[in-house]
Every structure is written in C-alpha cells, then in structure tokens.
Design a binder for this molecule. Structure first.
Ligand code: CMC
Length: 388
C-alpha cells in the first residue's frame, strides 16, 4: 500500500516550499524575507515587519502609513466578544481564553471562508493582526476582574496594547517609551520562525481551506504547550522554584538524571546559538534600567553559565533559546506568567498569516494528510458481548 517514511515529529520532512523565513541552525542565522533579525530588531517596527512578512518587501512610507491606518481601524472588537470572554471562570488560563476567542471571531465574519478572494484574505489578515492585542488585553482584564479598556487609536500598536492592559488600574499610566520599544523588539523576534509547531498547525488546518480565524486558533493551541510557547512561563516557574544561586548545582544534577528539562534551553533547529536569545539578553538590560533588576536575573545568568560549561549540555548542543530571558522582561513589564504566551501569540500572528497566505496561494499544496505505519491487529471477527 505505497511507501511511507517514518518520521515522527517531522524531523527530516519538508512539508512545504516557503519564501518567508530562512534559518541556518548551525550558524545561528535567522532572516525574514532575507533581512537579518538583528537589523530588523534594531531599526524596524512590528507593523513594518508584519508588512514585510506578508508582502515580501519592506513598505514604502505611503504603504506603511496605509497599513498602519488599516490595522488601527480594526482594533475594536464586536461588543458581543465581551460576553463570551465573561463566560470564562475568573481563573481561566489566558491562552485558553485567547484560543477560544480567536476561533469565535470566525463567526463574526462569515465571508472569511471565501479564501480564494485576495481582498477577503487581506481583510481577515488585517483584522486578526489588529484584534489580537485587544483580545489579549481583554482576557487579561477579565482574569484580573477589572473593566475592559477600549483601544486608543492615537497610540502605536504596542503602546496601545500596554494602555489597554494597565491604564485603568493607574489612570496616569503612560508607558515609558523604552518599555514600548522593548515590547516591539520582542514582538519582532517572535514574528515568524518557519515551520515551528504552531505554524505547522496553522498550515495543516488551513490546508482544509477553512477560514483563517479557525486556522490561527489551532496555532494558538499549539503555542500553548510547554515545549513550544509555554516554555517562557515554565522558565519563570523554574527560576522561582530554584530560588537561590546555591540551589543551581543540585537542580542541574536533576536535569542530567532526566528528572526534568532545563526550560528555555535547546532547540530543534538551533544547535549553536539562538540569535533571538542574544538580542533578548540585551533588551533585558534596557528594560531593567527602567524597572530595576529582576532578582531572578542573577539565577538565570548563573544557570546559563553553569549549563554552558557542562558536558551534558555541550554534548547535546543545548543553548538558551528565545524563551530563556523573555519571561524576565515580561515580568518586569508587569505581566503575570500566564500572560507570557499570549504575548508570544500576538507577536507570531503576522508569521502565521503570512504562512497561511502563502499556503492558500500555492498551487502544489494539498490538504495535509500524513501517512502512518499501522501497528495494530487485522482481520478480526466481531465478538458478541456475552463471549468477551
Ligand atoms: N533540558 C535537558 N535536556 C534536554 C533539553 C533541555 N531543555 N532539551 C533537549 N534535551 C536533551 C534530550 O533529553 C535529548 O537527550 P538524549 O539524547 O540523552 O535523549 C537530547 O537533548 C536531544 O533532545 P530532543 O528532545 O531530541 O530535541 P528536540 O529537537 O526534539 O526538542 C525542544 C527541542 C525545544 C522541544 C527541547 O530542547 C526542549 O524540550 N526544550 C525545553 C523546552 C523549551 O525551552 N522550549 C522552547 C523552544 S524555543 C521557542 C519555541 O519553539 O516556542
């Protein structure tokens, strides 16, 4: 019955052709549309990077102005969205609420399923990028038991997001521009990463030609897991559990004995260093200049130092990944740990949509339907209940 290659986890299987993101894991290179990540993080804005991922070129000033206008125009949610967010328990995890809310959005835009029409596709892309921060802020406010703060469209993408989260609790709240910049950098670093687990989920679900809200909801679900986007939350919990620098050697021994993983370390593709981790480490210093140093930073730095000199991690080519330091920044920005992956999801949305858009326009792409190697029984006769 045909030839099947057994490749659990798709370690050696290319599922698509893509012109969006280039990674060389051995050399620690990450490029969006050919532009190195460090240059984009330093010089660009998140909306400019989103445009680049979606359209393949950096926008001209009029193109960027139009794109910024379009995204800003769509930041508000339908009022009914508040009602389904209110249906969640006060202690519901924000990622669970986000996943459900994104999929519910598909019901507000019934035309979204007409994915063959480029104008319809662009409208949903704009809506999703515009509404993700609003949804993220609303689920946070719900969890905190605080009233929702509507978008302030005079502000930039990231400044507006911070205002929707924190403004009402502090009426004088004005995000420090250095913190807004740090959040922009984090969003840019997370914007795409070729065929990672959540993007593969978006492509796989999108290959059935469902609307993009349903496909992106699948991406949010994949990102929720602790081996993927959930790692940043897990890192903070781990650092807190370690508690003091003196406890690090004992913790490392436990990792080497296989009791648990060193969260924020290791990557399927990067076997030398994760270029995003290097940029984040620098952003950490900028943020702590404003907020004061997070005491967990000392534990993280010592943990990194010890692990990088240890034979176990050297042999397996395990290095800090993007999630090792990002949680420390998010915490300094006043986010509770369960919001960290929501921030990752907001950043990754343009990447998911660029990949989805590429998929639905690719004439070679078929519905995702991997083979299996069947290992079960065959040809058994039904056994009536009284004889089992
Ligand atoms: N701590 C301890 N040992 C590890 C770790 C770790 N963090 N990561 C991998 N290993 C070991 C693993 O046990 C295996 O050892 P052995 O050869 O003795 O069996 C070896 O290294 C190879 O690991 P693998 O599981 O085959 O690697 P993978 O490519 O399947 O997994 C990974 C990649 C990211 C899931 C994994 O490194 C991991 O679980 N890391 C911790 C979670 C984490 O930080 N995830 C965030 C990833 S980056 C952002 C994102 O994708 O969201």
């Amino acid at each position: 019955p045909g030839i099947a290659t057994y490749d659990p986890g798709f370690v050696n299987t290319a599922s698509c052709r893509s012109a969006i993101t280039y990674i060389d894991g051995d050399k620690g290179i990450l490029e969006y549309r050919g532009y190195p990540i460090d240059q984009l993080a330093e010089h660009s804005t998140f909306l400019e990077v989103a445009y680049l991922l979606l359209h393949g070129e950096l926008p001209t000033q009029p193109q960027l102005d139009q794109w910024t206008h379009d995204v800003t125009y769509h930041t508000f949610l339908h009022e009914n969205c508040k009602q389904f967010i209110e249906g969640f328990r006060y202690d519901a995890h924000p990622m669970g609420m986000l996943m459900a809310s994104v999929s519910a959005l598909s019901t507000f835009y019934p035309d979204a399923g007409t994915i063959a029409d480029p104008d319809v596709r662009q409208a949903q892309i704009t809506r999703l990028i515009a509404k993700m921060p609003t949804l993220g802020a609303f689920v946070y406010r719900h969890q905190q038991g605080k009233p929702y703060v509507y978008p302030d469209n005079r502000l930039s993408y990231s400044a507006n997001f911070l205002a929707m989260l924190f403004k009402m609790s502090e009426p004088t709240y004005q995000a420090d521009p250095r913190l807004v910049k740090a959040l922009e950098v984090l969003f840019i670093l997370h914007a795409d990463h070729e065929q990672n687990c959540s993007t593969n989920a978006v492509r796989s679900v999108g290959s059935s030609q469902v609307d993009p809200y349903s496909a992106v909801a699948a991406g949010v679900g994949a990102l929720y897991g602790p081996l993927h986007g959930g790692a940043n939350e897990a890192v903070l919990k781990m650092l807190r559990r370690i508690g003091t620098v003196d406890n690090i050697p004992g913790f490392i021994e436990g990792v080497k004995e296989g009791k648990e993983k060193l969260m924020g370390f290791g990557h399927r593709v990067y076997k030398n260093f994760d270029p995003r981790a290097t940029i984040i480490k620098k952003a950490c210093d900028d943020v702590f200049e404003v907020t004061g140093v997070n005491p967990l930073l000392a534990i993280a730095k010592e943990l990194e130092k010890i692990a990088l000199e240890d034979e176990y991690f050297i042999k397996r080519k395990l290095y800090p990944n993007v999630d090792f330091y990002s949680g420390l920044i998010y915490e300094a920005l006043q986010f509770p740990p369960e919001m960290f992956t929501v921030l990752f999801a907001i950043g990754r949305t343009p990447g998911w949509l660029a990949q989805w858009s590429e998929l639905v326009q690719d004439k070679d792409q078929k519905i995702a339907r991997p083979k299996q190697i069947y290992t079960g029984a065959r040809n058994r006769d039904f056994v009536p209940m009284h004889r089992r």
